[in-house]
Ligand binder design. Structure first.
Ligand code: HEM
Length: 137
């Protein structure tokens, strides 16, 4: 009985530890979906200066999620010959890096209560998204 109690305790602690950890998505599609949810929320409140602290935090989360997209190879590149894949992957990573830079600038704009700059940066992030999707989706 004691042994059973021990096992149940260990199992429930382990599963708590797993659920308590924020998990990074396991694939590019899920990563991008999470990015889209954040960006939608950020865009909706970008002009509302009373929400700048929250917007800054959401944008920092978006930056982390965007960085996570570098852990994956876009499915469209998976079957390319190795040399072509290497070139395309460098271009993909470059565009993701540029997006991360703009997203970090967006977080700084919210921090500085510069909502005009924030709106401008959101337009630029959407342009990078369009370019990324045209090239790699
Ligand atoms: C903040 C900007 C971006 C947002 C909000 C966004 C959003 C999305 C969404 C919603 C999807 C569809 C996911 C699904 O339903 O499975 C997607 C897919 C994709 N995105 Fe983005 N994206 C962004 C930027 C980028 C950039 C910059 C690139 C490339 C450099 C990129 C590359 C891709 C690729 C390759 C897919 C296909 C993933 C797959 O099929 O597994 N995205 N994105």
């Amino acid at each position: 009985m004691k042994k059973l109690f021990f096992i149940v305790t260990v199992l429930s602690l382990t599963s708590f530890a797993q659920t308590a950890q924020p998990q990074a998505p396991a694939n590019l599609g899920a990563t991008m979906k999470s990015m889209a949810t954040s960006l939608k929320k950020i865009t909706a409140q970008a002009a509302d200066a009373t929400k700048n602290a929250e917007s800054e935090q959401l944008t920092l989360d978006l930056a982390a999620m965007t960085k996570n997209s570098k852990n994956f190879i876009p499915p469209t590149l998976k079957n390319l010959p190795a040399d072509q894949q290497k070139v395309q992957l460098e271009q993909y990573n470059k565009l993701i890096d540029e997006s991360v830079t703009m997203i970090e600038e967006l977080a700084a704009a919210f921090h500085d209560n510069n909502n005009t700059k924030a709106t401008d940066l959101i337009a630029k992030i959407n342009a990078a998204k369009k370019e990324g999707h045209n090239q790699f989706k």
